[in-house]
Design a protein around this ligand. Sequence first.
Ligand code: FES
Length: 142
Amino acid sequence: MSDLFAICSTYEIDDGDARGFVLARLDESGASRPWPILVTRRSNAFYGFENACPHKGVRLDTVPGEFLDEEGNFLSCGVHHARFDLDTGHCFIGPCQGQALTPVKLVIDDGDICLVDVNLAEEDGLDIDDPDAFPEVMIISD
Ligand code: FES
């Protein structure tokens, strides 16, 4: 069975929206490396991509406000303004026209958007407080 790693819930990304995450992945030598990814949504389908422009490898979300167009049709690289389809990652205009973002396989599992079989490091950048970490409260009545 494949290992799943939940990165967020489906309701956290609206139709026509995109969200970036910085995870940590192990390289061939076992060293932890930052791994920025994007998750986009069109209708009820979700798409994952490595957050690296095929032109010069920069993160698409480095320039605030230029990452996603207002109608949620395409992603933009803020550096030289390449534009990418939200669902395919295909660059349709810009210096890397004809190339595409590297896809990341996603699986929806019980309302969670999950990565499949990725060799993540322990510190994955998504540390969430454990709800069970709160001390239990004992109620004592007279
Ligand atoms: S680095 Fe993205 S278009 Fe040049």
